[in-house]
Design a protein. Structure first.
Length: 247
């Protein structure tokens, strides 16, 4: 990316505001940004996982979902939703192996991408980058562990409540006094079918549990937005999930 671009300063600001690049010296950010290019993915598009063997992606705007598909039945599970500032793909970056998850665009996506070998070099050559990378990697590992725990140990109603609470508290744990009008922004506009993919269930089952939560005053939907009306009740359903496990 050339520093003569009209939006270069904006791009630098966006990159330096992400978890992996925050706090890095301006010169180092500029050196890194020189290896990035701006890409766009259309909403609804899905991409071959092998792209992560060559390029490393930083989400600038929009949401990316990571899907895994059963090779025979075609059944899908949505492992994670990534938001601006998140990166794809940490595993291929570390072990140079194909990571068989399908990246898809839930919105029109803007991404920075850099050659994967160059990003690997940053891990070895720049301790300040590594100090950001390790905590981010730990959060991603915790996310996968949480998914496995939910699928193995909890019923569908609890898994759904844990999912909603998780995505409603990404930026910190809200105080109980803020229990009205909290938005699970990363879940906005997602169909019940998509929510079912995220908890290993079926659309009809998810719809039934959401209707029950609405009747009990836990949450409501408004213009495709999922809004929590009673945080305490949602926590009770989720068995007091600790939000600091994530992000």
């Amino acid at each position: 990316m050339k520093n003569s671009l009209p939006l270069y300063n904006t791009y630098r600001q966006r990159l330096s505001g992400t978890d992996l690049f925050q706090g890095l010296p301006v010169k180092l950010i500029d050196d890194m940004l020189a290896h990035f290019r701006l890409e766009t993915w259309n909403k609804g598009s899905v991409h071959d996982c092998r792209i992560a063997l060559k390029r490393f992606y930083v989400i600038v705007d929009g949401r990316m979902e990571l899907l895994q598909t059963h090779p025979l039945t075609g059944k899908q599970v949505a492992i994670l939703i990534l938001r601006p500032g998140d990166v794809y793909d940490v595993l291929s970056l570390l072990d140079s192996r194909e990571h068989k998850v399908i990246p898809g665009a839930l919105d029109d996506l803007q991404l920075f991408s850099a050659p994967i070998d160059e990003v690997r070099r940053w891990i070895f050559d720049h301790p300040e980058f590594n100090r950001n990378f390790m905590p981010y990697l730990a959060r991603q590992i915790r996310n996968r562990e949480m998914l496995a725990t939910d699928l193995a140990l909890y019923d569908t109603d609890t898994r759904l409540a844990r999912l909603i609470l998780r995505y409603a508290t990404l930026d910190g744990e809200p105080d109980d006094s803020m229990g009205n009008g909290i938005e699970a922004k990363l879940l906005h506009g997602l169909s019940n079918e998509k929510l079912a993919q995220m908890i290993g269930s079926a659309r009809q089952v998810v719809n039934r549990h959401l209707q029950a939560m609405k009747r009990e005053g836990v949450l409501h939907s408004e213009k495709h937005r999922l809004i929590i009306d009673d945080l305490r009740k949602l926590r009770e359903r989720a068995e007091a999930l600790q939000a600091d496990f994530l992000y």
